[in-house]
Design a protein around this ligand. Structure first.
Ligand code: CP3
Length: 340
């Protein structure tokens, strides 16, 4: 096995660490903005295999990243289950909120495969052109997807979603179960189409108190990981329980993921103590240090790679690239990490 990211996900410490960046395909790249303008609508872009494959490959062509993250979006699974999804200009996803059993009754796992078929075709096309890089498929963690499905849009608090989890855990649990089922269809299809690793973005996991975190983040992630082990034993899974803090160790031990992605707030040395040594760590430079460039970026990157030297580590950001980031900063970061 030569692909460096796959070696790290198998538990090997590689130096210098392989790297890719969350949101490496996106608006900070002029070549992305050009294709985005051509497609018009963002959802159409996600469902256009020719354009989505090209966008996935853009950062690899420009920077020679070790990993390609599939170009798609987190609420695609909600849309595939039957929820209305649109992208308001300059905003994130907007969905028709689901607040009761009647809303849930309208979702149907049976329609996911047909709906996401274009994304699977994107995976096939990227894989055919990929070379030595590793293709990482993804979806949202069940809790984070549920946040968007209940709230209907992005939010700082996701009060409706978290409120539902307390007031009617049976209803919220039914939604989580539906998302787990939808995610499994979606992820298995990505693996069958050629994705070599899979990632679960649980961006809002850190809002939950410990018991809720165990119930709505660890438990559904463990179910997905176990089901994938059965059907696709060779495909590693990366979990990103953003802002999990001290619960990162419990998440790593109990979910069955092969790697955990650290958010910006995590001390890599502390993460290395919390997480069992055979589980890889990914992350976690502050995207704002990348935006700033220069010494804060280079020194920040070296602190992280130095702290994790000898551990299986994939260098990345602690959250997505911000759109104002100059592409030259990304090139300088790649050179610095590759320089060891
Ligand atoms: O390189 C990549 O990572 C590209 C693939 C990708 C996108 N979104 C493309 C995208 C991935 C892996 C995501 C994940 C995603 N989407 C998450 C989890 C990671 C995180 O950032 O916490 C979440 C929460 C979403 C939901 C979402 N989609 C939001 C909140 C937004 C608006 C904010 C923003 O950054 O633009 C989107 C839109 C989106 N997803 C864009 C892209 C390139 C911008 C859309 C545009 O071009 O207009």
């Amino acid at each position: 096995m030569t692909k460096t990211i796959l070696r790290v996900l198998a538990g090997e410490a590689v130096w210098p660490p392989p790297m890719w960046l969350m949101r490496q395909a996106g608006r900070y790249l002029p070549e992305y903005r050009a294709l985005r303008a051509e497609a018009g609508d963002f959802l159409k872009l996600c469902l256009n295999p020719a354009l989505a494959a090209e966008i996935t490959l853009q950062p690899l062509r420009r920077f020679g990243m070790d990993g390609a993250i599939l170009f798609s979006d987190l609420p695609i699974v909600s849309w595939a289950l039957g929820q209305d999804l649109r992208y308001a200009e300059g905003e994130g996803p907007v969905l028709t909120p689901i607040r009761d059993h009647a809303g849930l009754d309208r979702l149907d796992v049976g329609r996911v495969a047909e709906a996401v078929a274009p994304v699977w075709e994107t995976v096939r096309r990227v894989r055919a052109e990929l070379g030595d890089a590793t293709l990482i498929g993804f979806t949202g963690g069940a809790f984070t997807v549920a946040c968007y499905m209940v709230e209907g849009h992005g939010s700082r608090e996701f009060a409706a979603a978290r409120g539902m989890a307390y007031a009617d855990p049976a209803l919220f649990g039914r939604l989580i179960d539906t998302i787990v089922e939808g995610n499994l269809v979606y992820l298995r299809g990505q693996a069958d189409a050629g994705a070599e690793a899979l990632m679960l973005f649980d961006s809002w996991a850190g809002m939950l108190p410990p018991d809720e975190f165990r119930r709505w983040v660890i438990a559904p992630t463990a179910r997905i990981a176990a089901a994938l082990r059965e059907s696709h034993p060779d495909i590693p899974l990366i979990g990103f329980p953003r802002l999990a803090g001290m619960l990162l160790g419990e998440y790593a031990e109990q979910t069955g993921v092969q790697a955990v992605a650290m958010d910006t707030s995590m001390d890599p040395a502390a993460a290395a103590r919390l997480v069992p040594a055979h589980i890889a760590l990914q992350g976690n430079l502050d995207p704002l240090a990348l935006l700033a460039g220069g010494a804060p970026m280079i020194e920040g990157a070296k602190r992280i790679t130095g702290a994790l030297r000898g551990r299986p580590h994939i260098f990345n950001l602690g959250h997505g690239i911000v759109k104002e980031t100059p592409p030259e900063h990304v090139a300088a970061l790649v050179a610095a990490v590759r320089g060891g």
